[in-house]
Design a binder for this molecule. Structure first.
Ligand code: NAD
Length: 733
């Protein structure tokens, strides 16, 4: 079975049907594209063919290019990859341009065969770029279908003519959200925006009818007709000029210049708008090549798409039978418990939500109600759906209600005694084979498991706040945790549509282990007299979503104080963070606890809106006369996180660098352009990383000591992905 089939009807319409075998969604491969090309040739050459309809044999049209192919394009492009890539992309343009010209005489614009696209459902990426090259796009009236060009979300841009065609069709300003933000629309909205032409009940029938009745002039694209003017004005037009000045500033403001794709996209649009259509395609291909050559794009595709999906599909799941959760008991209906109940019920799982007092349990359930009410106000949720979801949650104080739960997620106070007490109470009721998970963020799983009768069925499932928004879930294996518990946790995370990483039990697990040193490094700099604005901007300019000082204001200074005290108690003499404590203990004494007290490293207005960095802080820690340079500050902030990631991997806390990279981006927003800490090290090279560490260590001490694994990779001229990219653990290597 091939990706496309060709069938000529008695009506003279050739129907090319896209239906990739053994896939629920069509994705384009290079072989598929070559086959499509041959069918177009066949149709254009056959006098019996009056026109062509391109459609899909599946409920959707296509999900896009197979990103595995894009990720490998550079590798496969030969000795001169940029040349190979550019030529490959231009070949693709040639095929789509052939569809667009459809055999017409380029001078008279006559004699071409009408070609239409019939989309039964979703059409994304090249799944829309192909229809955009046809003469008319018919979509089924399917409100669930998504139409758009989401390439920018994985660090590339529409490079098969989508950029050039959309801009020429609707103008740069109107096309901007679809190209720069990857905005998706349902068919009706896509028609209203001018992306597609018709929304009908039966797109194939409508497309055939159109094809059979189309005149020569119907199949000439505006940009191929005489006197074409770009909607909204080309860049040298006064209106166009304003668009591009604004767009440049907006893109830079949003990306801080670290995402190559957005900038390249804008360049392709600007430069392409100044020249005729075919030259514009060539410019688009050059910028697309430029993006594919940038290591950031392949690292982003690898982490944000390929590996994220592999983890969601259970790349590291033990091979035990299906552990789908039917009924979950959530202990503690506070901030986290309420969120866990919400995401579970949304996934259709029955929930028993327990708290010490009924009103607390009810408040926890009310969180789901408020969430659904917001959805109703935004027309995303129906009242029936609200009733159904709320009907799945039982809020109670009665542990007997846990009787049939196959999974418990405990989210009571962060206190080992309280946790031990609820563990015993729940285990007295739940079935023998139920799994008990704790959502603790700081207490070792292995020690909490001591309160359990069945430590092999005890595990950590660590959510991030707010639960309904954060995509990552960290699963933590205690020393005695068994495989069924791991599989149960993974199956639960799959049900609630989040991304899991599985780590071993050590202080702060993985995410917090890396994020705390980032915050601490920022705080140390304040104590040293580094300008706080420099600290915050340096972080954002390297792609961190929040500077370290804003982050600690959000999570609260008193939480930092609590963690510092507990860590000091556990580590004794070896405790390394006195300089940090000096600052946060002083802040806590001043009552500056962060956003919640409307004062922290930043000042806030009465409504809690962040104003600027506080002069109270710089009054106490005056700025030094000599300020470090931007890159130096960035190296400190990045290395503080990255070295912890490497140490976690070296120590076996993290067993798979793919989890380390995906977890860092989804868990705390680690510079997504880099593909994650391990990808970043591969981008700069282990040798350069060791140099940076050595210099930082000489100045600041052992916390920047390059781990032996990093030195070994540097010495052998190796890379993390070259050595461990297949999921190999450092300990086994
Ligand atoms: P919270 O204080 O908002 O909620 C705790 C809830 O547990 C309260 O409603 C309390 O009434 C209830 N509770 C206390 N003792 C109980 C008992 N004996 N029986 C039943 N219910 C009881 O706290 P939270 O922020 O939701 O945190 C809960 C857990 O999640 C903690 O272990 C915390 O470390 C962890 N966690 C928190 C975050 C976060 O960002 N807040 C993130 C990840 C993990």
């Amino acid at each position: 079975m091939a990706d496309f089939t060709y069938e000529l009807g008695t009506d003279g319409v050739a129907v090319i049907t896209w239906d990739v075998p053994e896939k629920s969604m069509n994705v384009m491969s290079l072989e598929g594209f070559a086959l499509l090309d041959s069918f177009i040739d066949k149709a254009l050459a056959d006098d019996a063919v009056k026109g062509v309809v391109i459609t899909s044999g599946k409920p959707d049209f296509a999900g896009g290019m197979d990103l595995n192919v894009i990720a490998k394009m550079k590798e496969d492009a030969g000795a001169e990859p940029a040349k190979g890539l550019y030529e490959g992309v231009m070949q693709m343009h040639a095929v789509l341009r052939k569809i667009e010209r459809a055999g017409m005489d380029p001078k008279t614009l006559k004699g071409g065969k009408p070609i239409a696209a019939a989309l039964p459902g979703t059409a994304l990426g090249i799944g829309l770029e192909l229809p955009l090259s046809t003469h008319r796009i018919f979509a089924a009236d399917n409100p669930k279908a998504k139409i758009g060009l989401p390439e920018i979300m994985v660090g590339i841009f529409p490079g098969a003519g989508g950029t050039t065609r959309l801009v020429r069709k609707m103008g740069a300003m109107v096309a901007a959200p679809f190209l720069l933000e990857g905005k998706l629309s349902d068919p009706k909205k896509a028609k209203a925006a001018g992306i597609i032409d018709e929304v009908v009940d039966d797109p194939v029938a409508a497309a055939k009818e159109w094809v059979l009745n189309a005149k020569d002039s119907d199949i000439v694209k505006p940009w191929d007709a005489k006197g074409y003017k770009m909607p909204g004005g080309a860049p040298y037009h006064p209106a166009g000029f304003m668009t591009f000045v604004g767009a440049s500033a907006m893109v830079h403001g949003k990306t801080m210049g670290v995402y190559p794709a957005a900038k390249a996209l804008l360049s392709a649009v600007y430069e392409g708008a100044l020249v005729p259509f075919d030259q514009a395609l060539s410019i688009e291909a050059r910028w697309f090549t430029n993006v594919l050559m940038n290591p950031s794009s392949s690292a982003m595709i690898r982490s944000l798409f390929i590996n994220k999906q592999a983890l969601e599909k259970g790349a590291n799941r033990p091979s035990v039978p299906d552990q789908t959760v039917k009924k979950v008991g959530v202990l503690g209906a506070g901030m986290m418990g309420a969120g866990i109940a919400l995401v579970s019920a949304l996934a259709g799982i029955q929930v028993v939500l327990i708290d010490a007092a009924q009103d607390a349990a009810d408040r926890g359930k009310a969180y789901t109600e408020a969430y659904l009410d917001k959805g109703i106000a935004r027309k995303k949720v129906t009242p029936e759906k609200k009733d159904a979801v709320l009907g799945l949650i039982t809020a109670t104080t009665d542990y007997a209600a846990l009787e049939c739960c196959d999974l418990i997620v405990e989210a009571v106070f962060e206190d080992p005694k309280v946790k031990a007490d609820v563990t015993a109470k729940a285990e007295a009721v739940i079935p023998e084979n139920a799994i008990f998970a704790t959502n603790t963020s700081t207490l070792p799983i292995t020690s909490l498991a001591k309160a359990s009768k069945r430590p092999e069925q005890f595990i950590g499932i660590h959510f991030f706040s707010p639960v309904e928004k954060m995509l990552l879930v960290e699963i933590i294996k205690g020393r005695e945790t068994g495989e069924v518990a791991v599989a149960k946790a993974l199956d639960f995370v799959r049900q609630i549509k989040k991304t899991p990483i599985v780590v071993n039990d050590e202080r702060f697990f993985y995410a917090n282990r890396c994020i705390i040193p980032y915050i601490n490094e920022g705080i140390r700099m304040v104590a040293e007299g580094v300008n706080p604005t420099l600290i915050e901007n340096a972080a954002k300019m390297v792609g961190m979503p929040l500077g370290p000082l804003q982050l600690v204001d959000e999570t609260s200074i008193d939480l930092g104080v609590k963690i510092a005290k507990a860590t000091r108690a556990a580590m004794g003499e070896a405790y390394p963070d006195d300089a940090v404590d000096e600052v946060i203990f002083w802040m806590a004494d001043q009552g500056r606890l962060g956003r919640k007290t409307k004062s922290g490293f930043y000042d806030y207005d009465e409504a809690g809106k962040r104003q600027g960095l506080s002069e109270v802080v710089t009054g106490h820690y005056p700025e030094a006369t000599d300020q470090p340079d931007l890159h130096h500050v960035q190296h400190r902030l990045l290395m503080a996180q990255v070295l912890e990631a490497v140490r976690a991997f070296e120590a076996g806390v993290l067993e798979d660098i793919r989890e380390g990279d995906v977890g860092a981006i989804l868990g705390w927003g680690f510079a997504p352009w880099s593909g994650g800490p391990f990808s970043w090290l591969d981008i700069i090279g282990a040798g350069r990383a060791v140099e940076i560490c050595d210099a930082l260590e000489a100045q600041y001490g052992a916390r920047f000591n390059a781990p032996a694994l990093l030195r070994d990779i540097a010495a052998k001229g190796d890379g993390f992905y070259a050595r461990f990219g297949g999921g190999q653990a450092a300990k086994a290597a």
